[in-house]
Design a protein around this ligand. Sequence first.
Ligand SMILES: Nc1ncnc2c1ncn2[C@@H]1O[C@H](COP(=O)(O)OP(=O)(O)O)[C@@H](O)[C@H]1O
Ligand SMILES: O=c1ccn([C@@H]2O[C@H](COP(=O)(O)O)[C@@H](O)[C@H]2O)c(=O)[nH]1
Length: 205
Amino acid sequence: MLIIGIAGGTGSGKTTVVRKIIEKLPQGEVAVLPQDSYYRDNADMPLEERQEINFDHPRSVEFELLVEHIKKLKNGEAIDQPIYSYLTCLRSEETIKVEPKEVVIIEGILALTQPELRDLMDLKIFVDCDADDRLNRVIKRDIVERGRSVNKVLDRYEKTVKPMHLQFIEPSKRYADIIVPQGGNNVVAINILTHFIEKNLIVKL
Ligand SMILES: Nc1ncnc2c1ncn2[C@@H]1O[C@H](COP(=O)(O)OP(=O)(O)O)[C@@H](O)[C@H]1O
Ligand SMILES: O=c1ccn([C@@H]2O[C@H](COP(=O)(O)O)[C@@H](O)[C@H]2O)c(=O)[nH]1
């Protein structure tokens, strides 16, 4: 099993890079563990309070469960991956059964900040993108997909997203084996990564 970590700021293009890598690999070879699925369940808090949580701080994510799940997959066991909603800021009662695959991708803003998680990764990638481009994309995306207003997105960006990016995410770039500028648009980087993964699969089979 090849375990790949893909980190980078919000809106940097992590999900797009993952999608483009998967498209190029044989079907059914890849399992994706999005860090966002592991946001802690704060069902005991009212919605207004949940919406004020600092979701860009490592303590907001149940990394213990993510690490446990990766270890299980490595051990050949299936996992029940949580489902998280950005609209309600809650975990669903349902889960997704994820079977062990030849390639496991862990994708998320804080994926390279945790030593125990990094130690499980065979390849660490940081998707790099200018802050103004990321903010531009996040405004558009959060209005359409996450039920936010422009003011709400800008307010969160100033209060938590930007400071946490500078404190935790940007410094985690030093742990990356490969830094990918221009995210999903970087055809050369996507091809290099895909070839690396394919080569490792052939060696392991
Ligand atoms: N190179 C790009 N140019 C313009 N928009 C992009 C680009 N890459 C991603 N996007 C868009 O920006 C948003 C965030 O991209 P995404 O890949 O989900 O980033 P992340 O997973 O890092 O938050 C999505 O709506 C996506 O379609
Ligand atoms: O309920 C939530 C939980 C998280 N967020 C924000 O999402 C981004 C990380 O997701 P990406 O897909 O990598 O952009 C992070 O900045 C959190 O603040 C949210 O808006 N609502």
